[in-house]
Write a protein that binds this ligand. Structure first.
Ligand SMILES: C[S@@+](CC[C@H](N)C(=O)[O-])C[C@H]1O[C@@H](n2cnc3c(N)ncnc32)[C@H](O)[C@@H]1O
Length: 383
C-alpha cells in the first residue's frame, strides 16, 4: 500500500503518483518524521492539491450540516466571520463556501486563512478566485502568514466559525506534553478569537493515534467548561478512551473525482469514502442533543453482522455499548436498526439495558433521526 505501481494511469503522471505516495506515507506511518513546513516542497504541494484537498474539502459538510440542524439558527447570521487555522491551500475555506453556496442563503462570508507556509496561501488565494468565478462579492478572503501559536496569543474577530482542519495533530508533535499544549491552544483560541455563540470545528485524520489524541483534547476542553456540540450527544469523559484500542471516527459516503480515482489506481491507496474524526466545541451550552433529545445514541461502529445477529456500538448516556438485535427479533418496529450506518443518530424506545449491552427486542422502537447527514440514496436496502 502507498507505493506507486509501475504504470501510473495515463492521465495521472507517474511523478504525481510518486509524490502522492510519499506524502501519504509522511502523513501516516512516517508521521514522526514529518518535516516542518513540508508543503513548501512543490511536489508535495502538488500532491496535496490533487489528492488530499478534494476529500478534505468535502469533510466540512457534515459538521456544518449538524450545526444547521439546531433550532437556534447557529449559522444564520447575515455576515459570518470564518477563521481557518492551518489553512493549507484554503481547503476548509473552499468547503465552507461551497456549503453555503449549495444552501443558496446569500450570506456574506468573510474568511481569514492562516498558514505558516506562504506558498499555501498563494494557492488559497488562486483557488478562492477560481471558485468564485470573479462574480461572487459576498465572499472575501484575507490571508495571514503566521504560526497558529502566535495568532492564539492575540485577540481578534470575534469569529463565528473557527476551523482547524488536519492541523492540530501536527502541532507540538514531538512534545511529550502535546495534549496539554494543544488543549491550552484551543482554550486560548476559543477565549480570544471565537464569538460567544461561535463554533470551533476541529477535524483530524481517522488514524487511531490522531483520533485518540483529539478525544483527549476534547476531554480537556470539557473539563475546562467548554461544550461539545457534536459528535458527542453527552458531555463528560469520552468512553472511547477507556479501552486503548478504541477510537471514534467517521466514514461517510463520497464520490471521488476522476483524478483521485486515477491516483488511487496508480498508488494502491484508497480514498473512496470520507474518513475523519471531528469535534465541534462551543463557549455556550448548545449541543446537537438539544435537537435530538436525551434518549439518543450515536452509531460509532460499522454494522457487525454475525450468524444470527446484527450489532453496532452506540455512544450515549450509558457510555459506549454494544447494541444487539437477534435476527429472530427483527420486526417492523425495530426495522431501521438494520439500516444504520456509522455516524447515524438514533432514538431507541423500549430496549433492554443489560449490564454490558443494549438488547433490541421485537418491541423496541427504533427511529433513525432524519434528516441526519447522509444522502439516503446511498444506503443499502434494509434486510
Ligand atoms: C495537513 S495540512 C491541512 C491543510 C488544510 N487545513 C486541510 O485540511 O486540507 C496542515 C497545514 O497546517 C499548516 N501548519 C502546520 N503547523 C502550523 C502552525 N504551527 N502554524 C501555522 N500553520 C501550520 C501547514 O503548513 C499545512 O498547510
Amino acid at each position: 500500500m502507498g507505493r506507486p505501481r509501475k504504470s501510473a494511469s495515463p492521465s495521472a503522471p507517474a511523478s504525481l503518483a510518486e509524490d502522492v505516495a510519499r506524502l501519504s506515507r509522511l502523513l501516516t506511518r512516517e508521521r514522526d518524521d514529518l518535516p516542518h513546513a513540508y508543503l513548501r516542497d512543490p511536489g508535495l504541494r502538488r500532491a496535496y492539491l490533487a489528492y488530499f484537498l478534494p476529500p478534505n474539502l468535502a469533510k466540512m459538510q457534515a459538521p456544518l450540516r449538524e450545526l444547521c440542524l439546531h433550532s437556534a439558527g447557529l449559522l444564520a447570521k447575515e455576515r459570518l466571520q470564518v477563521l481557518d487555522l492551518g489553512a493549507g491551500p484554503g481547503t476548509a475555506v473552499l468547503g465552507i463556501r461551497e456549503f453555503f453556496r449549495q444552501r443558496g442563503s446569500g450570506q456574506h462570508l468573510e474568511f481569514t486563512a492562516v498558514d505558516q507556509v506562504g506558498e499555501n496561501l498563494k494557492e488559497a488565494e488562486a483557488l478562492f478566485r477560481e471558485a468564485g468565478g470573479g462574480a461572487d462579492n459576498r465572499a472575501t478572503l484575507t490571508t495571514v502568514r503566521s504560526g497558529i501559536e502566535a495568532i492564539a496569543e492575540r485577540s481578534g474577530g470575534p469569529f463565528d466559525i473557527i476551523v482547524l482542519s488536519n492541523v492540530l495533530n501536527e502541532m507540538f508533535l514531538r512534545d511529550g506534553d502535546r495534549i496539554k499544549r494543544r488543549t491550552e491552544l484551543i482554550r486560548n483560541i476559543m477565549a480570544r478569537l471565537l464569538a460567544r455563540d461561535g463554533s470551533c470545528i476541529i477535524i483530524e485524520p481517522a488514524l487511531q493515534e490522531t483520533s485518540r489524541e483529539l478525544l483527549m483534547v476534547r476531554d480537556g476542553m470539557v473539563e475546562g467548561g467548554a461544550q461539545v456540540y457534536a459528535p458527542c450527544l453527552v458531555q463528560g469523559r469520552c468512553p472511547a478512551l477507556v479501552n486503548p484500542r478504541d477510537w471514534c471516527h467517521e466514514d461517510r459516503h463520497w464520490d471521488p473525482p476522476a483524478v483521485v480515482r486515477e491516483l488511487d489506481e496508480a498508488t494502491g491507496l484508497r480514498k473512496d469514502s470520507l474518513k475523519f474524526s471531528y469535534v465541534i466545541v462551543r463557549n455556550d451550552t448548545r449541543s446537537l442533543a438539544d435537537v435530538c433529545g436525551p434518549d439518543c445514541y450515536r452509531v460509532v461502529s460499522e454494522p457487525l453482522a454475525t450468524k444470527g445477529k446484527l450489532e453496532f456500538y452506540f455512544c450515549g448516556k450509558e457510555g459506549r455499548r454494544l447494541a444487539t438485535r437477534l435476527d429472530k427479533d427483527a420486526s417492523p418496529a425495530n426495522g431501521p436498526f438494520g439500516r444504520l450506518q456509522r455516524g447515524d443518530v438514533v432514538r431507541i424506545e423500549g430496549m433492554a439495558i443489560e449490564e454490558r449491552r443494549f438488547r433490541i427486542t421485537r418491541e423496541s422502537f427504533v427511529t433513525q433521526l432524519d434528516p441526519f447527514f447522509r444522502d439516503r440514496t446511498q444506503r443499502s436496502p434494509s434486510p
